[in-house]
Design a binder for this molecule. Sequence first.
Ligand SMILES: N[C@@H](CCC(=O)N[C@@H](CS)C(=O)NCC(=O)O)C(=O)O
Length: 226
Amino acid sequence: MAFHISYKKGPHMATTVYGAKAFIDILKGVIRDVRVTWLLEELGAPYERVVLDPEKEENKTPEYLALNPTGKVPTLVDESITLFESAAICEYLAEKHQKFIPKHGTPEYWKSRQWSYWLVSNLEPQTGRIFACDFFYDQNETTSEIRGLALNVLPRFLSVLESRLATHKFMLGEEFSVADILLTTNLQSIQHTPILGDYPSVKKYYENCTARPAFQKARSQNGLAE
Ligand SMILES: N[C@@H](CCC(=O)N[C@@H](CS)C(=O)NCC(=O)O)C(=O)O
């Protein structure tokens, strides 16, 4: 099984990212491990991918659950630390490499974390809900009610982003950071909808971030076993 690869420790395998195989096409490029591999590509840091097959329940084995009791991906095994939750993993890696996050403890650092928490706790449930309603749930009254609720809430968050990105190239200003990885991957979930048509600065920002070679590399391998 795929997860056994991780036990072959060696100097070139210090950083291992567990991701998942896309069992439907729409998932290719959007599975959450893309955040981690995108950041590692930006950092130019070597890493090993382990792609679990959810259809074979490789994310539910005792070995994997010992690394990540939620049974989700991504999980990072990096030297002596094992972490789950993509935002936490990205913050850890950025701090470790002292890149793409402001210096620890500074006001800018806390602003960065403020945006990251906001993105994962406010925006992400809505973008995720729309994606799930459109691609996973049965199309019925309940689904359209859930989707409708998300659509009603989204403008409140997208308008915050629109005003910020009208005057800032990236979430923290002129420098690309972890917050941009979290936001861009959120916006991926609504690309099949016309929603961003009402938010030109967010749309331009999305195009700018997704044009980055590191993102393109991470997206192209996401969901695929090597
Ligand atoms: N908040 C988590 C979400 C992780 C998550 O939902 N991962 C999905 C793939 S995108 C997963 O592992 N699904 C498999 C499952 O639920 O069994 C994170 O950002 O790491």
